[in-house]
Design a protein around this ligand. Structure first.
Ligand SMILES: [Zn+2]
Ligand SMILES: [Zn+2]
Length: 257
C-alpha cells in the first residue's frame, strides 16, 4: 500500500474509534467526567454563569450603580468583551474537554452560556453583526484536527441567528500558544500574526470576534486591529472563559488606554 495513504487511514481509524467511544461511553459530567447525566451537582454549583449587572465594557459583574474601577487597557480597540465563565475550575475544565477531547456536550454548555451573554445586545443593536472566529494556523489545525473556536463560533451564531463567516481572518504565523512559558510578551507574540482575507465581508459591519479563552486580550486586540483597518465598524469580543480581562495588563503592554 502506498505510504502516502497511511496518515489518512490512521486518522480515519482514530475518528471512527472516537465516534464509537462517544456513542458507547456511559453518560458523564462534561466538566469533571464523573459518571452522571449532565453536569454533576458540584460542577453545576461552581459554574454559575456571570449574571448582570456588569460593566458594559469589560463584562465584570458590578454592584448596581457603581462604576467599574478597572483600567480596561486590555480591551483597547474592542467595543466591549463578554465571557460567561472564568478560566479556572469548572469553566476551564469545559474548555479543555472541548479542545482536547472534542467533548461536544461540554461545548454546548459553553456555547449556550456565550450566546446568553449577547442575546439582549443582538436584539437591540447587533442584529446584523457578523460572527468571526479567531483562526488557528493551518499547520496547527492539521495536527489537532479539531478547531474548537470555529465550532464555538458556528454554534453561537446559530443560537443567536447571526451570520457566521469562515475564512475572514487568517493566521499567517504559527505563534506560540499565549500561555506557553516561552512567551515573554503576549503582545509581541501575536504582533502581525493576523490578516483579513475577506475585507468586503467585514466592511461596515459589527463583528462578534469569538475565541475560546482570553487571558491578556492581546490576541483579540491584534485581530480587532486588522478587522477595523479592513473597515469593520466595531469589534466585540466573546469568549467562553476569561482570566479577568479588566484586571490584567499584559507584560510589555503600556498603561495607556
Ligand atoms: Zn462534574
Ligand atoms: Zn470594566
Amino acid at each position: 500500500m502506498p505510504n502516502r495513504w497511511w496518515p489518512f487511514l490512521r486518522r480515519g481509524a482514530r475518528e471512527f474509534l472516537h465516534a464509537l467511544w462517544s456513542a458507547l461511553a456511559p453518560p458523564h459530567c462534561p466538566a469533571c467526567g464523573v459518571a452522571c447525566e449532565g453536569l454533576c451537582p458540584s460542577c453545576a454549583g461552581a459554574l454559575r454563569s456571570r449574571a448582570g449587572p456588569w460593566c458594559r465594557r469589560c463584562g465584570e459583574p458590578l454592584p448596581p450603580g457603581l462604576p467599574c474601577g478597572r483600567r480596561h487597557a486590555a480591551l483597547r480597540g474592542l467595543r466591549f468583551a463578554r465571557a460567561p465563565f472564568r478560566y479556572r475550575g469548572a469553566g476551564g475544565a469545559l474548555v479543555r474537554r472541548l479542545k482536547f477531547r472534542k467533548d461536544l456536550g461540554a461545548g454546548r454548555i459553553l456555547a449556550r452560556a456565550m450566546a446568553g451573554m449577547l442575546r439582549e445586545w443582538v436584539r437591540n443593536e447587533g442584529r446584523r453583526a457578523l460572527v468571526v472566529a479567531v483562526p488557528l494556523h493551518p499547520a496547527r489545525l492539521r495536527r489537532r484536527r479539531f478547531d474548537q473556536t470555529a465550532w464555538l463560533a458556528a454554534e453561537v451564531g446559530r443560537r443567536l441567528g447571526l451570520e457566521v463567516a469562515a475564512g475572514v481572518l487568517r493566521r499567517r504565523r504559527d505563534t506560540l500558544p499565549q500561555g506557553d512559558v516561552r512567551v515573554v510578551s503576549r503582545v509581541r507574540n501575536v504582533a502581525g500574526a493576523f490578516v483579513v482575507e475577506r475585507s468586503r465581508a467585514v466592511a461596515g459591519r459589527w463583528i462578534v470576534l469569538v475565541d475560546d479563552v482570553a487571558t491578556s486580550g492581546a490576541t483579540a486586540r491584534a485581530c480587532g486591529e486588522v478587522l477595523r483597518a479592513a473597515g469593520a465598524r466595531h469589534v466585540v469580543l466573546l469568549t467562553a472563559a476569561d482570566a479577568g480581562l479588566g484586571m490584567r495588563a499584559d507584560a510589555g503592554w503600556g498603561a495607556r488606554r
